[in-house]
Write a protein that binds this ligand. Structure first.
Ligand code: HEC
Ligand code: HEC
Ligand code: HEC
Ligand code: HEC
Length: 424
């Protein structure tokens, strides 16, 4: 019986194995990024080629959409691509950043292709500015870091390094030219992840669609005299972890001239804010889902490289997951308006706290008597700034934004009371 059916069993077995292989292959192809499927490169591109136009010959759709970031100039209520002055929009910032370069010029950010022009034009840059400031502005970086090492790069002055920096942000900041896979290109990001026991080479494709933005959209500081680019992530990446890190490290960006407080300035912590348990992050949504949605051009389907405010492109950016796009963009308006109102209330509390410490100092209060008020001022302002310097006006993580601002306002008011009590 068994013997008689053996050939049939073998044939069935082979058919099943072949079917499994075909299904497996189809799944594999489906999971490949759309435009890398079976496309033969037209030109060879060096591994860390800084010139995006060379990559563009192989991938014209991604290149054409990337180029659009140069000319976007539409403003949204709280964001968009028009480089308006944040200082004119909100003069409280002049008090909060008193004595620091951000009170000289501080503008709304624009598209990736403008990064180099904009960093060179900003009045905050001077003869002493370290080269580290180029770290998130140019596609020359991956090859420069590879050739000279990041320590030497960071120790070079901005004015000297400039000769080697010829391209704005481009393909080499996010992709490996050989495989077109997304990669961590910034050694400081690799180190920041390692400090938490994480290894990006084990991350899934969906994780990489968020982590690749953390090459730049993060809080960082310059460690030591060599201005070594460092992410303050050893304790974790939410604002309380970061505040603890700076407390232990004793790092200071500048001393506030009115209050005498040793301050920390926050820089665009989009990655940290978004990944602090936001609704979208916990649901597995990546930065690229909203900021680089799939687009069609004829039969080609590709990720739009026209990275910008999703509100200017909501059908594509939100419509892939939400059926009622008008409703969800309406929610953005409500969340942003509430976040803005709460942010301003925190600023008012901070301005009062600075004035109270200044008055106590003028009346002769000692440094010892003002120590508690200053410690609270530092902690309050870096929390406020974590929200203010984050570019979504609350949308990336509404709950965390309101929690952080509530804490910051409370600390600022406590600082004010402490300063009043320190009056001789
Ligand atoms: C669920 C969709 C969504 C996800 C996911 C998302 N964002 Fe956003 N992002 C938005 C919206 C909406 C805004 C607000 C835009 C505005 O106010 O015009 C925004 C604003 C921004 C801005 C400022 C844009 C501007 O026009 O000023 C930056 C920068 C940014 N996001 C980066 C990121 C990064 C980096 C990540 C991942 C860590 C991320 N976003 C994840 C929807 C998203
Ligand atoms: C800021 C980071 C970033 C930059 C800069 C960038 N890309 Fe991408 N690219 C992405 C992300 C994110 C994806 C989506 C990858 C995925 O889904 O696996 C992607 C996907 C791709 C793909 C796969 C197909 C697709 O469209 O999804 C190609 C090809 C590509 N990019 C080419 C380029 C070229 C050419 C440049 C330079 C002109 C470039 N990229 C610049 C982040 C970037
Ligand atoms: C190599 C550094 C770098 C990487 C990687 C990077 N960005 Fe940016 N991004 C910047 C800089 C710098 C600016 C501001 C440029 C300017 O104002 O000239 C910016 C601006 C933006 C803006 C505002 C654009 C506008 O028109 O207002 C958005 C949105 C944004 N980035 C999202 C992302 C997302 C999403 C990712 C990951 C897919 C990403 N970025 C990866 C450095 C980077
Ligand atoms: C990749 C899928 C995806 C994309 C793209 C996306 N969302 Fe969502 N969104 C979700 C998921 C999942 C939830 C969780 C609740 C749910 O299941 O509806 C959510 C929830 C929300 C909520 C409710 C938030 C809350 O705390 O309950 C709002 C508001 C929202 N999204 C707005 C947007 C906007 C605006 C965009 C475009 C800028 C966008 N989403 C893009 C998947 C997405």
């Amino acid at each position: 019986m068994i013997k008689k059916n053996a050939p049939a069993i073998i044939v069935t077995g082979i058919i099943l194995i072949l079917a499994a292989a075909v299904i497996g292959l189809l799944f594999y192809i489906k999971n490949l990024a759309p435009q890398t499927r079976g496309i033969q490169p037209l030109v060879e591109v060096a591994l860390m080629e800084p010139d995006s136009s060379k990559w563009g010959q192989n991938f014209p759709n991604q290149y054409a959409t990337y180029l659009m970031t140069a000319t976007n100039n539409t403003r949204t209520t709280y964001g968009g691509s028009e480089p308006f002055s944040k200082l004119e929009a909100d003069p409280r910032l002049l008090t909060l950043f008193g004595g620091y370069s951000f009170s000289i010029e501080y503008n709304e950010e624009r598209g990736h292709a403008n990064a180099l022009t904009d960093v060179r034009a900003i009045a905050r840059v001077n003869e002493t500015t370290p080269g580290t400031c180029y770290s998130c502005k140019s596609s020359n970086n991956p090859s420069l870091w590879d050739e000279m090492g990041m320590a030497a790069y960071d120790a070079t002055l901005f004015s000297e390094l400039g000769a080697h920096i010829t391209n704005p942000i481009g393909c080499a900041n996010c992709h490996d030219a050989e495989t077109m896979a997304l990669v961590v290109t910034n050694p400081a990001l690799e180190a920041g992840l390692e400090a938490q026991g994480l290894d990006w080479t084990t991350f899934s494709r969906q994780q990489m669609r968020t982590v690749v933005c953390a090459n730049c959209h993060v809080e960082y500081y310059f460690e030591g005299d060599g201005k070594f680019l460092t992410f303050p992530w050893a304790n974790g990446t939410n604002i309380d972890n970061i505040a603890d890190y700076y407390e232990e490290d004793g790092f200071t960006d500048w001393t506030h001239p009115d209050s005498g407080t040793a301050m920390v300035k926050m820089q665009h912590p989009e990655y940290e804010m978004y990944t602090s348990d936001s609704t979208h992050y916990m649901a597995g949504v990546a930065c690229a889902d909203c900021h680089m949605p799939y687009t069609r051009d004829g039969s080609a389907k590709f990720s739009s490289h026209n990275v910008m405010s999703p509100l200017l492109n909501a059908e594509a950016a939100c419509g892939a997951c939400h059926t009622d796009v008008e409703y969800v963009t309406g929610r953005v308006a409500v969340i942003q308006a509430l976040s803005y109102k709460t942010l301003i209330a925190t600023e008012d509390a901070l301005v009062s706290c600075i004035e109270a410490i200044k008055a106590a100092k003028a009346a002769g209060a000692s440094d010892a008597a003002l120590a508690e008020a200053r410690a609270l001022h530092r902690e309050a302002q870096l929390r406020w700034d974590f929200v203010a310097a984050e570019n979504s006006m609350g949308f990336h993580n509404p709950e965390e934004v309101l929690r952080t601002l509530a804490l910051a306002t409370d600390m600022a008011r406590q600082a004010e009371i402490s300063a009043m009590q320190a009056m001789p």
